[in-house]
Design a protein around this ligand. Sequence first.
Ligand code: ADE
Length: 244
Amino acid sequence: MNFHILTLFPEMVMNGLNTSIVGRAINNQLLTVEAINIRDFAENKHNRVDDYTYGGGAGMLMQAGPVYGAYQSVVEKTGKTPRVIYLSPQGQTFSQSMAEEFAKEEELVFLCGHYEGIDERVLEEIVTDYVSIGDYVLTGGELPAMVMIDAISRLIPGVLHNDTSAEFESFQDNLLEYPQYTRPEEWHGKKVPEILMSGHHANVEKWRREQSVIRTAQRRPDLLEKAVLTEKEKELAKKYLPTE
Ligand code: ADE
């Protein structure tokens, strides 16, 4: 997977993504991350890439030309016309299933807006996907792009050392993860649940599944609609649904 980020703040995304698990994946050549500075495609000697909006109103808008130039540089470099994701509160809300879909691509371009946004005409020409990371407004698309790249990267085989762990975590089957414990056996007077010390694998699995159902009912009951539960599990969930 090759990620290409069109941004006015290349150091922000590169510093963020060069660390931790994504950084290790880059070092291990499982993926590449490249930041393309939109300012390098400015069309005037002052390197300006923004201007006032036609029709008036507060704030500046990123101009079409430099954004298009940055995009074209990716097309020329890759010889492909990859999907272009524009990060915007107007987009579809990012989800695990979208991460899974994007993880199948060879190349992905992220377009990060700033100021009051980007001239509509270049968006019409290059953007294939409008994505929001939630119903709140950020100062730019860099953090959302980093969020998406993190979520997509961990689905790429080899990025997490444990190939199975991406599958079993929260959201994979619309259930939250069960509680987990490590040493010491007792901490602040709280003991690790007995069943986890039993070494009885089937019982442990049964307990974990029940805990996932209970936890989802308590914390994210909205997810239960999409979860596939047995009749017994549905009964269990019902007992733990929050009361208004
Ligand atoms: N740009 C500003 N706010 C955003 C959000 N919530 N999601 C994606 N891009 C954004």
